[in-house]
Design a protein around this ligand. Structure first.
Ligand SMILES: Cc1ncc(COP(=O)(O)O)c(C=O)c1O
Length: 410
């Protein structure tokens, strides 16, 4: 029988450093406060999270309802044949050619990014990212045991990439890859061919993989987003990370893909895939037909988001002191507010402020930066609401900034 003392020692066992230190989602930080506010009868407009509000295409729901296999069996680890073929067709539709054995179906873009990091990095290797960046890159890096090195971008040029030499300063002997998102979450920036060429040049010069997160590919309002697979000179170094989540409003179906011409990368990703057995069978079958005929579904969705972007820009124009640019893609914008501390403002906005019994939940931008002290006066807005609600949200933001200045100065 253990003594009481021994039992207590056993109970105080520590979890891993990774487990303790992995970042919680800054996007969801204020969500509990918002729920409390709703219970008080306040209407809360959510501009904090990229969960599309539009309906899932009926064809997907029909396929789920009419699933007629007697067993929901494991799928092959690289994906069910119809899903792999559909991804191939999808890429071809966008002018990018991958053979079926160069594609692994993953549980969303998230798993594709984790597989790619694990395939190209060893413990404590470094990966370049551009800040502000999709905050879950922190969590993926922790899972893969790699370090992110953030190259700062600036709101003053719409968060476009710095010159090649500036990026190069962040490359060390441990750097294995550059991970970027195009179109970008959280900034909505789309990199030009010339900007991507800078990354391609660095990849060739320093032997780096380019991990290109293209989950917002279709959300390109002014000019198309260029895939990293469109640069033949780095054929073996480019890894495309993709997802059906946003473009088809099927976030919960968890269907993504990793695609690369590098056979070693694909073989490693397949073995990671074998370890998790498979991606959900029903969801793969239900979503695959959309990939074979993507624009039928994406065109109306993208047009809706273009209108929403324009409503947000119109609203921001009427707010004194804000800094912004026109996002070229995705459905996010990082906005500089005329306040010292966007975290404080965002909390006050959801906890205390209402206009006609309504308020707004925004995501403070510091959570999207790796460098302490960056983005302190910025918030990210996600335009996931219909035009009328977006219009209201921007009016509330404007009134809130006036009230905040009256109460706190700046
Ligand atoms: C930039 C970016 N990459 C990847 C993902 C992962 O999404 P999923 O795993 O649903 O494909 C998201 C989700 O918001 C995202 O914004």
């Amino acid at each position: 029988m253990p003594t009481t003392e021994e039992t207590e020692v056993a109970l105080s066992i520590d979890i891993s450093r990774r487990g303790r230190e992995i970042q919680g989602s800054p996007i969801r930080k204020l969500a509990a406060v918002a729920e409390a506010r709703k219970r008080q009868g306040v209407t809360v407009y959510h501009l904090n999270i990229g969960q599309p509000d539009l309906p899932t295409p009926p064809a997907v729901l029909d396929a789920i309802h009419h699933f007629d296999h007697t067993t929901i069996a494991y799928a092959p680890s690289n994906g069910l044949a119809p899903a792999v073929t559909a991804w191939k067709k999808y890429f071809t539709h966008h002018g990018v050619s991958f053979a079926e054995n160069e594609i692994i179906v993953t549980a969303g873009g998230s798993e594709a990014i984790i597989f790619a990091l694990c395939a190209v990095c060893d413990t404590d290797d470094e990966v370049i990212v551009f800040e502000p960046f999709y905050t879950n890159y922190n969590g993926f890096a922790t899972i893969a045991n790699v370090r992110l090195r953030a190259v700062p971008l600036s709101i003053s040029n719409g968060f476009h990439l710095p010159p090649e030499e500036e990026i190069e300063r962040h490359i060390t002997a441990r750097t294995r890859a550059i991970l970027f998102c195009n179109p970008s979450n959280p900034t909505g920036t789309i990199y030009t061919r010339e900007e991507l060429q800078r990354l391609v040049n660095l990849s060739r010069k320093h032997g780096l993989f380019l991990l290109s997160d293209e989950v917002y590919r279709e959300f390109a309002y002014d000019a198309p987003a260029i895939s990293i697979a469109d640069f033949p000179e780095i054929r073996d170094r480019a890894i495309v990370l993709d997802s059906c989540s946003k473009r088809f409003n099927v976030c919960g179906a968890r269907i993504g893909a990793l695609a690369s011409h590098n056979a070693d990368v694909v073989s490693a990703a397949l073995k990671f895939g074998m370890a998790r057995l498979s991606v959900a069978t029903v969801d793969q079958l239900a979503v695959a037909p959309l990939l074979s005929d993507p624009e039928t579904y994406t065109r109306p969705i993208v047009e809706e988001f273009r209108r929403r972007r324009d409503v947000v820009i119109d609203g921001l124009r009427s707010i004194p002191g804000v800094t912004y640019y026109k996002p070229e893609g995705a459905f996010y914008i990082v906005v500089g507010l005329p306040v010292k501390d966007a975290e404080h403002f965002s909390r006050w906005l959801i906890e205390e402020f209402t206009l006609e019994n309504e308020t707004v939940l925004v995501a403070p931008a510091p959570g999207f930066y790796a460098t302490p002290g960056k983005g302190t006066n910025e918030v990210r807005l996600a335009f996931m609401l219909n035009e009328a609600h977006l219009h209201r949200s921007l009016r509330i933001l404007k009134a809130a900034l006036e009230a905040y200045h009256a109460k706190f100065g700046s």
